[in-house]
Design a protein around this ligand. Structure first.
Ligand code: SF4
Length: 336
């Protein structure tokens, strides 16, 4: 199937600011490689889950795809159009079709605007409707996400966290987009509310024919709703494939460690969790070779010097690890 979205070798790097001491001593700028050479596709109607620890670059990737953060290199093609080459006006028009639902339903809504103003803003920005027509469209989408039309003139602080996220969803959908970056849309919510929001997003996807890039640090959420999954570590995709295949047969040690933390979907029954050494390294000073080598129990000498390339390990399933051919698994090697 022809992809709706194609991301080719996308990178987003930041130059870290130098403090006074660094400037006086001539320490050079440090480049933070938040997203590094990422390629992926999303088919129309598909949910691609993007999983990884906090700080691995997932949200930066989602925002770079929409050019909310301008990428430094690479290309994003949406429905045949090179989004990365669009001028500001064409990009604004494209944004009607490509939207985002943010993680934090508290910070992402302007506290001084009413629900009608927040949700109706994309209609105004894209010249889709105004006046009574805009209010009627806004009321319909607000009701569709589970709020009441008589709440249109209320302010965000008058709603619960789950209700605010519904407002954020209504704002993303009011311009009738085709592709949504769902940036950890349930992680700031109570567990009891998470299931309701996930069910709503799945219903809306079916009704409106939407395509999602669904970002989460929770592999059980991704396992529940995604068609395919991409696993991200320190700005790079280390494994990607059909979600059932990746969960049943994870090939990258990092994916294996993530799965071992979720016994109910661990493929070979309940086993002790594989605890990785240390925290995610800083993208300011990423490890050489395989970026996972400082925490990988399977690391060998070559891992410290040479970055592995992505290989096919099954239909539509790729992973990047020097030890794929040996078939070693973190579970067996660690005795976990
Ligand atoms: Fe571990 Fe080496 Fe594979 Fe990286 S390449 S995941 S360090 S075994």
């Amino acid at each position: 199937m022809k992809p709706l979205l194609t991301v080719e070798h996308l990178s987003k790097h930041y130059e870290s600011r130098r403090g006074l001491v660094e400037r006086l001593t001539g320490v050079p700028h440090t480049v933070v490689r938040a997203v590094n050479d990422v390629s992926l596709t999303v088919a129309k109607g598909e949910i691609l889950g993007l999983i990884g620890e906090s700080g691995c670059g997932k949200s930066t990737l989602g925002r770079a795809i929409l050019r909310l953060n301008e990428p430094n290199a690479g290309k994003v093609v949406f429905d045949g159009t090179d989004v990365t080459a669009l001028d500001p006006l064409a990009l604004k028009n494209m944004r009607r079709r490509m939207q985002i639902i943010f993680q934090d339903p508290y910070a992402s809504l302007n506290p001084r605007r009413t629900v009608a103003e927040i949700v109706g803003l994309p209609l105004k920005l894209h010249g889709l409707a105004s006046g009574e027509e805009a209010r009627a469209i806004t009321a319909r989408i607000v009701e569709r996400v589970g709020l009441k039309a008589n709440q249109l003139d209320r302010y965000p602080h008058q709603f619960s966290g789950g209700q605010r996220q519904r407002i954020g969803i209504a704002r993303a959908l009011v311009s009738n987009p085709e592709f949504i970056v769902c940036d950890e849309p349930v992680s700031a919510l109570d567990v009891s509310i998470q299931a309701q929001i996930i069910a709503l997003l799945l219903e809306l996807k079916r009704e409106m024919g939407l395509t999602y890039l669904f970002i989460s640090h929770d592999i059980s959420v991704i396992g529940y709703l995604a068609d395919r999954v991409a696993v991200m570590y320190l700005g790079e995709i280390v494994e990607m494939g059909p979600v059932d295949d990746v969960l049943a047969n994870p090939r990258h040690p990092y994916t294996q460690s993530l799965l071992s933390a979720v016994p109910e979907i661990e493929p070979h029954g309940r086993k002790p969790r594989v605890r990785l050494k240390g925290d995610l390294p800083s993208p300011l000073h990423p490890p050489s070779g395989c970026k996972f080598h400082t925490r990988c129990p399977l690391a060998i000498d070559i891992c410290r010097t040479l970055a592995p390339v992505s290989e096919n390990v099954g239909p539509g399933h790729q992973a990047a690890c020097h030890r794929l051919a040996e078939g070693v698994s973190l579970m067996s090697e660690t005795g976990a």
